[in-house]
Write a protein that binds this ligand. Structure first.
Ligand SMILES: NCc1[nH]cc(CCC(=O)O)c1CC(=O)O
Length: 323
């Protein structure tokens, strides 16, 4: 069986696809990369929507996967909608890289001064304004390289926010200074996007033999943590892209979970922080299924608690403002 991995042409997407390629080659499989042309910024057409293909970052590869042009797609899990397209499954997640957001800045960073921060993410904007309400936050989109270039060329912008994992994967974290003259600092008080720093492999559910191969590169710890984060997201969101952060960290026999829902202007910021007991040592596959079921219940309860404590009203307000 030759496994065809679909790839898009951004440097990060290529890195992620080749990483999965070499993991599978190490297991003795023949793996080829299959470039998939981006369908640009076309709006989702009716049939795509009916297939359940909704993610703006993931739809190009998902279409190729559903059509059978490729066998697997590699995604950043944080870009993947919580509801997967019909017939598609999460076949594996890889061990997590850094979950952190970082501030990439030009001059020495003094938050007491007026600053203009660039980000296209509602979550990052809200969390930044929650700490620094006097700052200006401007929109910044595009792939990682494009965003760095835009920051460099815009004299009015002081800094931009990135996922540390994305820059690290393509070797840019250590080159920010030499390539652009930028510095960076970890935003330790930020709560990252659910599943930030985790890559996932998607495949079609009927390919049992392939799923069995992919299960060998799955990292159970990352699966438990991202299941909690994405269940929290799914329970809260109701199909709306609200500023939601969630991070689960497995230490010893305990998962430390922290999550937040912010108002769009960052003034309101609701946080839940709970610990959950969960064995870290190796477990059998039936124990794994049980742990995942319990992880889902735990995350649903965290979301319900937040909804009860002001989250429901805040979600309604956010939906009104985004419409
Ligand atoms: N939405 C873009 C995106 N999707 C995944 C990553 C980084 C890698 C990751 O979080 O796994 C990024 C870039 C960023 O947020 O700066």
């Amino acid at each position: 069986m030759t496994i065809r991995i679909g790839t898009r042409d951004s440097e990060l997407a290529m890195w992620q696809a080749t990483t999965v390629q070499s993991l599978l080659q190490d297991l003795g499989h023949e793996v080829v990369l299959h470039p998939v042309k981006s369908q640009g910024d076309l709006n989702l057409t009716e049939p795509l929507y009916e297939m359940g293909i909704t993610g703006i970052f993931t739809k190009t590869l998902d279409v190729a996967l559903v059509k059978g042009e490729i066998d697997i797609a590699v995604h950043s899990l944080k870009d993947v909608p919580t509801q997967l397209p019909k017939g598609m499954v999460q076949a594996a997640v890889l061990p997590r890289h850094s979950h952190k957001d970082i501030l990439v800045y030009k001059k020495s960073f003094n938050p007491d001064e007026d600053m203009t921060i660039a980000t296209g993410s509602l979550r990052r904007k809200a969390q930044w304004l929650n700490s620094f309400s006097a700052h200006k936050v401007v929109d910044l989109r595009g792939n990682v390289n494009t965003r760095l270039a835009k920051l460099a060329s815009n004299e009015d912008w002081d800094a931009a926010i990135f996922a540390k994992a994305g820059l690290d994967r393509i070797g840019l974290l250590g080159k920010l200074k030499s390539n652009y003259g930028f510095e960076y600092t970890d935003l330790d008080s930020f709560i990252p996007a659910p599943a930030q720093g985790v890559m996932m492999v998607a495949a079609m559910g009927e390919h049992k033999e392939l799923l069995n191969v992919l299960s060998k590169i799955n990292d159970f710890d990352a699966q438990v943590c991202t299941t909690i984060e994405r269940t929290f997201l799914r329970t809260l969101e109701g199909g709306c892209t609200a500023p939601i952060g969630a991070i689960a960290i497995h230490k010893e026999n305990e998962v430390d979970f922290k999550a937040c829902l912010s108002g769009l202007d960052g003034k309101q910021h609701l946080v839940v922080n709970k610990k959950w007991r969960c064995p870290k040592s190796s477990v059998t596959s039936s124990q794994k299924d049980k742990i995942l079921d319990q992880a889902i219940l735990f995350a649903e309860n965290c979301a319900k608690e937040l909804l009860k404590n002001g989250g429901k009203d805040l979600m309604a307000e956010i939906k009104r403002e985004l419409d």
